[in-house]
Design a protein around this ligand. Sequence first.
Ligand SMILES: [Zn+2]
Length: 270
Amino acid sequence: MGFIRFFLTLWAILAFSLLETSLAQRSSMELNKGNNFNKDSKTSFLKFQSNKKYLNINDIKIEINYPFSKKDIIPKLLKNLRISKKSLSKLLSSDISFETKVSLYTEDDFFKLTGAPEWTNALFLNNEISLPVNSDVLESSLKHEFTHAYINALSKSKCPAWLDEGIAQWIEGSNHQILTSIYKDWLKRNSVIPFKLLENGFLNLSSEIVGAAYAQSLFGFELLLEKYGKRKIDKYFRLLKKGQKHKKAFRRTFRISEVELEALIEDRFS
Ligand SMILES: [Zn+2]
């Protein structure tokens, strides 16, 4: 969730409902495969306006496209990717091989080429991470989106969206205070969100639920990590990679169902 830090400063200023609406829009952009992301114009644009760099971290190959005028930030981003990979390897299996692309744009170009609304600060789409280069949350967004690329490869795209978002927020270092506040507020008026609703992405959720969905996804992952440890999380991903359905893999690994995890979360936050 590279996006939430963008709202940290807004949090104090804007009403809760406005924040939630923005969260909903952000997640839609991130997960909507059918948005108006224009691949062709983007490719031809990059040919003339950008430089390329390649980063290999073990068996991960990353192509980085960036506007020449912003070449100075590249060393920082390469370091960021290496740190993200290290954090992910510590948490999950390091036995991973994939290729992905990171494309950096000036802010104007990012919005023109992706069609993304103004508040957006990152996209992971078709195995490509797109970021506006002037974003003040560039580093956390890159960590977040790189995690999606990593999990996509690690699980052969089988990871339920809630766990994918939970881990991406954890790696990014999301703000617990804000998420706890959003989630507690949600639980005053509603029940825990069934993880079944969150397994295929957050796109179809109503705007009132999206902030809580991100928060619950992080807290769900943290509870698993705390209760079962990294080895079990790793086992779960190994089963997904072998082709096991995520519900079966979940029960086999943690000896509880996703519904039972919902109850544990409710106990913790109510
Ligand atoms: Zn995400």
